[in-house]
Design a protein around this ligand. Structure first.
Ligand SMILES: Cc1cc2nc3c(=O)[nH]c(=O)nc-3n(C[C@H](O)[C@H](O)[C@H](O)COP(=O)(O)OP(=O)(O)OC[C@H]3O[C@@H](n4cnc5c(N)ncnc54)[C@H](O)[C@@H]3O)c2cc1C
Length: 296
């Protein structure tokens, strides 16, 4: 299949990029599985114009319908390899379909690091969360427990003191800046040097068990271990990711490789829908303009 702009990733960044590129009358193919978006299964309560909380999968579904109306073709598949072939790019799907594109937008998001303890997967969305900024509002007046050694964990712990009535922070070896650790401690966070061995609950999180066998009652567990992005595809396209696997872009969401753009969580923090959508708009517009420039 040939197209002007191929977008890898069917989350808010990729879908918004598809809408903005397609409206500039270039041919657009959006490739990715919406069910694998970080937004799928999330309840979004801090996105402009949506009062209360709305299910992320509904927003994704509506966005994909909009993209189709503007002429975008959507393939709900994974890209397993990519190559930079001089003035154009080739992407290959998991079922061996080749897509030739004049420009590529990488909107592949990030995958969060997991703790790999019992209860983590079964209680995900039932009190287990990977994003304090996203879910803090659901824990007003409740008890929460943050797990992690890095700055993300310290910042999340301090943030949660503004919502929860009690905040624990379980760490192994603190690897965060002293400043944020002091802030968390001054805000009343109770710091515990230990490991969480399992998360307990049936319908929702009830407690965690630490390595010494003790139990802490809690309503929420925030796993803040940092994240790893899917940057392999970027390297296939000659884009060199940063050491944390994120992709550097300029104000137009262009990477260092002409014709390759990136947007959303894969370009860095904050990992939020609003940022993903804003960058998607910029990347879609830039890629369409790039293709039009080739034709002149
Ligand atoms: C539990 C939870 C709650 C959240 N709550 C909020 C909230 O309340 N407010 C908020 O603003 N944000 C929230 N977020 C964060 C928000 O969901 C993300 O910031 C946002 O989804 C990022 O959009 P994105 O398009 O960059 O990446 P994603 O939405 O992660 O989409 C990435 C897409 O790329 C695809 N992909 C990856 N690799 C490939 C490949 N090789 N081939 C094809 N496709 C590929 C994936 O399948 C997916 O479709 C939450 C996240 C989680 C996990």
């Amino acid at each position: 299949m040939d197209c002007d702009v191929a977008i890898i990733g069917c989350g808010p960044a990729g879908i918004q990029a598809a809408i903005h590129a397609a409206r500039r009358k270039v041919s657009v193919v959006l490739i990715g599985k919406p069910g694998n978006s970080a937004m799928y299964g999330a309840r979004i309560e801090n996105y402009f114009g949506i009062p209360g909380a709305m299910n992320g999968d509904m927003i994704l579904k509506n966005g994909m319908s909009q993209a189709k109306i503007f002429g975008c073709k959507i393939l709900e598949k994974n890209i397993i390899s990519a190559s930079n072939e001089g003035p154009s790019f080739m992407l290959t799907t998991e079922d061996d379909e080749d897509i030739h594109a004049k420009s590529v937008i990488i909107a592949t998001g990030i995958s969060r690091k997991e703790l790999n303890v019992p209860g983590e997967k079964t209680l995900y969305g039932k009190g287990v969360s990977f994003c304090a900024v996203c879910d803090c509002g659901f824990y007003r007046g409740k008890t929460v427990l943050i797990i992690g050694d890095e700055t993300e964990a310290a910042v999340s712990a301090e943030l949660m003191t503004r919502y929860a009535s009690k905040v624990y922070w379980v760490y192994r070896t603190i690897n965060a800046s002293q400043n944020v650790v002091v802030k968390a401690s001054n805000a009343g966070v109770e710091m515990i040097n230990s490991d969480v061995k399992s998360i307990i609950g049936s319908e929702k999180v009830e407690s965690v068990i630490l390595e010494d066998g003790s139990t802490i009652q809690t309503d929420g567990v925030f796993i803040e271990l940092g994240a790893k992005s899917s940057a392999d595809i970027a390297m296939d396209l000659d884009v060199i990711p940063r050491t944390d696997d994120t992709i550097k872009v300029d104000d137009g969401c262009a990477t260092d490789v002409p014709g390759v753009f990136a947007c959303g969580d894969v370009t860095g923090k904050p990992w939020q829908v609003a940022r993903a959508v804003g960058q998607g708009c910029v990347a879609g517009t830039s890629a369409a303009e790039y293709v039009k420039g080739l034709q002149q």
